[in-house]
Design a protein around this ligand. Structure first.
Ligand SMILES: [Zn+2]
Length: 360
């Protein structure tokens, strides 16, 4: 058996199975506009998604037909379960009987495309390895965006952010998301439609929040993968200054639209894949691009370098190589034999084949 590294754990948010006081929230803040506007943002909000993307989108399509409009944005409030393949199932912290692949993988592979721009925050039952590739947020599939460990984005002049103990000084309107899509008794309650007035010329693309970028930059020295406690200084000392905001603006050339730069890292699910595919960790090109641009420490790279036994080569690279060689796109070994994946599959084959130190 290939050894499976303990996947890095993102901060835990709450889950709708838990008491309602602990439900996951996404908080939005309307950024005041001076123009009077009749335009409405048609927002859909889902509770736990539990990998049921097909079910959610088909339900939303029905709601659209009944209401006679299209949704502009879907927000999923946790337990999204972005499982790319069978290996990802091993990274999710749920009881065995609840482990199933779901339908997300079809959106990841490109077989289907999310019909509504979708953003989600992590709950306490996620594909933790995949999420840890995108600590600052990123696309998990075309048109589906993960908000990262703690992040703020803008859409149509609204802010959406991951609720966090240390969130600094925003006034929010909050909404609490609902039930699970696979609980038939609560069928009608897992999706909610909300209309919010927006500016006539509102940008309908996801954008980075410049203040959040300035906070990330100001707190960069605290980024650490140490197992020791990191003591956080007083949050007030990291309040971004107007100079910091200006410097971020310069780095981004004033263009905060989040690039549509999704690329698959783990191989997408294949029908004949085995149950014991190795669970590998990847450097995600989106995270590299973001950190290089903002000039901050790349947490994905730190985790990758600290974890050299089970690192993978991104699918996109292997596919390009296979194309160049005229060979078949990645053969990761046959059926259930866990240790026949071939050295080519591992980024650092020397460490991959070294015996593990004896346990005490
Ligand atoms: Zn859940």
């Amino acid at each position: 058996m290939a050894s499976v590294p303990p996947p890095p754990i993102p901060p835990q948010l709450s889950h709708s199975d838990e008491p309602s006081s602990k439900k996951t929230r996404i908080e939005t803040k309307t950024i005041p506009t001076t123009k009077h506007s009749q335009r409405q943002l048609h927002l859909a909000v889902a509770g736990c998604s539990h990998g049921e993307m097909d079910y959610i989108y088909s339900t939303l399509a029905k709601m659209e037909r009944n209401r006679g409009y299209k949704f502009d944005l879907l927000i999923c409030c946790g337990d999204y379960q972005a499982l790319r393949n069978n290996a990802d199932i091993n990274t999710i912290n749920v009881p065995h009987k609840h482990r199933k692949l779901g339908t997300f993988h079809q959106y990841y592979s490109g077989e289907k495309v999310a019909p509504i721009l979708t953003i989600f925050i992590g709950g306490n039952h996620e594909a933790t390895g995949f999420m840890a590739e995108l600590p600052y947020g990123g696309w998990v599939a075309p048109n589906i965006y993960y908000l990262g460990f703690a992040s703020v984005v803008q859409f149509a002049g609204l802010q959406a952010k991951v609720p966090h103990e240390n969130a600094i000084g925003f006034e929010e309107t909050k909404f609490v998301a609902l039930d699970k899509p696979n609980d038939q008794k609560k069928f009608n309650k897992f999706l909610e439609a909300i209309d919010i007035p927006i500016a006539e010329d509102a940008c309908m693309e996801l954008q980075y929040d410049p203040v959040w970028l300035a906070i990330l930059k100001a707190t960069d020295e605290l980024t650490s993968i140490s197992r020791h406690n990191v003591y956080l200084p007083d949050a007030a000392s990291f309040k971004p200054t107007s100079e910091a905001a200006e410097s971020v603006k310069a780095l981004f050339d004033g263009e905060f639209t989040i690039p549509r730069n999704f690329q698959p890292t783990a191989p997408p699910y294949r029908q004949n894949e085995g149950k014991n595919e190795p669970c590998l960790y990847y450097r995600n090109p989106q995270t590299t691009e973001f950190c290089d641009k903002l000039g901050i420490t790349n947490l994905n790279r730190l985790l990758y370098e600290a974890n050299n036994e089970c690192n993978g080569i991104p699918f996109i690279e292997l596919a390009a190589r296979a194309n160049a060689d005229g060979t078949e796109v990645i053969d990761v070994g046959d059926d259930d034999s866990g240790d026949e994946y071939g050295e080519e599959f591992f980024a650092s084959s020397s460490t991959a084949t070294e015996p593990l130190p004896e346990a005490e």
